[in-house]
Design a protein around this ligand. Structure first.
Ligand code: ZN
Length: 181
């Protein structure tokens, strides 16, 4: 991973930490819609004509307030991740009017082509991961009650952790991978 991308990721993670501290988030799952509201962002759920659209952030909704719109046909886990991802764009990127995300952005990681847009998506993803599954809390979990033992119990542990943070098991596995390697 290049240093440049590394720095950008660190910046995104720090921003998420700042918000968690400021809002004194210490119970899980994180109430992500409340986090948006605390930052002055409305959250609206709606149907999109295209299923691959996961959500968007609009800097000025009808009443002039920023609004995140989420695809209501997607499952709760995806909606939560989308809201966190859009908050990331709001905090980190200078969105002029609107930014729309399709589902494929969630698969952009640091190995993706490093054009500017991809870096922004990677940052929003890392921001979302930190906000929903904070590093410190997760490290506590993984070194205590939810230890990964490299045996058959691990799938159960991952399922329990996913439940604690109200994220998909896939998202949890990726998160654990990024924390322990
Ligand atoms: Zn995005």
């Amino acid at each position: 991973m290049s240093n440049f991308i590394n720095q950008k990721i660190k910046l995104a993670v720090k921003e998420a930490e700042k918000i968690s501290n400021k809002l004194e988030i210490d119970s899980y799952p994180v109430k992500i819609e409340d986090v948006a509201k605390s930052l002055g962002i409305k959250v609206a759920k709606m149907k999109f004509s295209k299923d691959e659209i996961s959500g968007a952030i609009k800097m000025k909704g009808k009443d002039g307030q920023p609004v995140i719109v989420v695809n209501e046909d997607h499952c709760e886990h995806r909606q939560r991740f989308t809201i966190a991802h859009e908050i990331g764009h709001f905090m980190l990127h200078n969105i002029s009017s609107m930014h729309v995300d399709s589902s494929d952005v969630y698969f952009r990681d640091a190995n993706a082509t490093s054009n500017t847009n991809n870096i922004k998506e990677i940052q929003a993803n890392q921001f979302a991961a930190e906000l929903l599954m904070p590093r410190n809390e997760m490290i506590n979990d993984l070194s205590g009650k939810y230890k990964i033992k490299n045996n058959d119990d691990d799938l159960k542990t991952i399922a329990e952790l996913a439940k604690k943070y109200n994220v998909s098991q896939q998202a949890m596995m990726i998160r654990i991978g990024s924390l322990v390697i």
